[in-house]
Design a protein around this ligand. Structure first.
Ligand code: MG
Length: 172
């Protein structure tokens, strides 16, 4: 049986992943509204990945015969002053998520729950990638700040981002 503290932490993490999805969906809609279709595409894929993260946790709870409990998703901001601001917020947010993921990993170790610890290693690796890609996006947006042509080219490039099913779901 799954330890109650771990069960509660994963249910809270499902809510946090749904909030992340909602945040990136809102950024996608704001980018689209501002005329940046490529940036909107980048954030829409980010939104889908967050839904996947929530799904992976839900599958995990189900596989441990632990009930998934969905709670209200808090409101997210709806406008950002610039694309650079969106990416800066993305990086700061992912750093917070990393801390939450690490806390669940630590809890699993403390409770000798090796199955949860194993599941968390995928998320720990995923967070390294999330932070790296957010850092790269901040650097790209900083490089073109105030340059309309540069922003046009960056937007075109981000329009090429494609969605990939994460391995824990692809293996299903
Ligand atoms: Mg996530």
């Amino acid at each position: 049986m799954l330890n109650k503290e771990i069960h509660d932490a994963i249910n809270a993490q499902i809510n946090a992943e749904m909030w992340s999805a909602y945040l990136y969906l809102s950024m996608s809609m704001d980018a689209e509204n501002k005329g940046y279709k490529g940036v909107a595409n980048w954030f829409y894929i980010q939104y889908r990945e967050e839904l996947d993260h929530a799904r992976i946790f839900m599958n995990y709870l189900n596989s441990r015969d632990a009930k998934v409990e969905l709670s209200a998703i808090e409101a997210v901001p709806t406008t950002w002053e610039s694309v650079l601001q969106m990416f800066r917020e993305t990086l700061a947010h992912e750093q917070k998520v990393t801390a939450m993921i690490n806390a669940i990993g630590m809890l699993a170790h403390d409770e000798n729950d090796f199955a949860t610890a194993n599941r968390m290693t995928w998320f720990i690796d995923e967070q390294v990638e999330e932070e790296e890609s957010a850092r790269e996006m901040v650097a790209s947006a900083e490089a073109v700040e105030g340059n309309k042509y540069g922003m046009y080219m960056l937007d075109k490039e981000l329009g090429g981002r494609t969605y990939n099913t994460p391995s824990p779901l692809a293996a299903e």
